[in-house]
Write a new protein. Structure first.
Length: 280
């Protein structure tokens, strides 16, 4: 079985932690980034030869570049880059502070963009590589009370879809992973909520409060199974552009996209009405 070296951001919890654990158990090497090494003390102790834990705040662009350069210099070859670090921010658009808006963009969008940009010269030089970008079915479907999270996920999807076409010639594949709800700290621990306004009480923008309350029923997604599918995707050629994880997520995505296409198809005459007449 082929052994690979992985660079994964945000391995202290959620998908990053589960992926790292599964990879180390099968003998792969993982360079994992965290903001607090205490959360992965067990991995550091149990896998001293194959787990390299690095401190990184993905909002620090110079630190991202240094980490990527140093990791390739030390490892020689890195087979897979997993851009996983991120979080959810909930609240109506006007309930969010400027600082909250800036921080989620820096974490969920600018950080992943700069991670990928930093890795591309190294992957191109080695003539191969795979990039897995954690997105969400929220990169295709939008819900009220989630505007900035959707902004970052819709944004990173457009970035990756474009870059995938640029680097395919260098044997570099990119996959966007679009998980549905899963039983991770993302929903039941790390989710951030804006300072809620009474004007939005009873508004769909506050529907997320029920979702974040585990007593209303847990998310259907199994993080271990989802992580396994992400790992397995690296063996698929060519790299799948998108991979939806969770039957509920797929059903909602398909329904949304069908409605979107139907709406576009109704605009045929409108779209044509803005062209110059033929021959002009």
């Amino acid at each position: 079985m082929q052994k690979r070296t992985w660079l994964i951001t945000g391995v202290s919890s959620g998908f990053g932690y589960v992926m790292t654990q599964q990879l180390l158990e099968k003998g792969d090497k993982v360079i994992g980034t965290v903001r607090n090494k205490d959360k992965v003390a067990g991995l550091i102790e149990n896998y001293p030869d194959t787990f390299i834990c690095e401190l990184l705040d993905v909002t620090d662009v110079p630190a991202i570049r240094k980490l990527v350069d140093d990791s390739f210099d030390k490892s020689g070859v890195i087979d897979v880059i997993v851009s996983n670090a991120g979080y959810g921010l909930f609240g109506a658009a006007e309930e969010l502070s400027d600082a909250e808006v800036d921080h989620i963009i820096a974490t969920n969008l600018t950080g992943p963009i700069q991670l990928i940009r930093s890795a591309l010269p190294h992957l191109r030089a080695q003539g191969s590589g795979r990039i897995i970008q954690l997105s969400s079915y929220g990169g295709q479907v939008a819900f009220p009370g989630n505007s900035m999270y959707h902004a970052t996920k819709f944004g990173i999807e457009g970035f990756c879809e474009s870059v995938a076409q640029e680097v395919a010639a260098f044997n570099i594949g990119i996959t966007l992973v679009e998980p549905g709800g899963a039983r991770t700290e993302f929903r039941y621990g790390s989710a951030q909520v804006a300072s809620l306004m009474p004007e939005y009480e009873g508004n769909p923008a506050h529907g997320f409060l029920s979702m974040l309350d585990g007593s209303n029923g847990l998310a259907p997604g199994d993080p271990a199974r989802m992580a396994a599918r992400m790992i397995e995707s690296v063996d698929v050629e060519p790299a799948p552009m998108r991979m939806v994880l969770g039957s509920q997520a797929l059903a909602t995505t398909l329904s949304t996209l069908k409605k979107r296409v139907a709406d576009f198809e109704k605009q045929t005459e409108l779209a044509a009405s803005t062209d110059f007449p033929a021959g002009e």
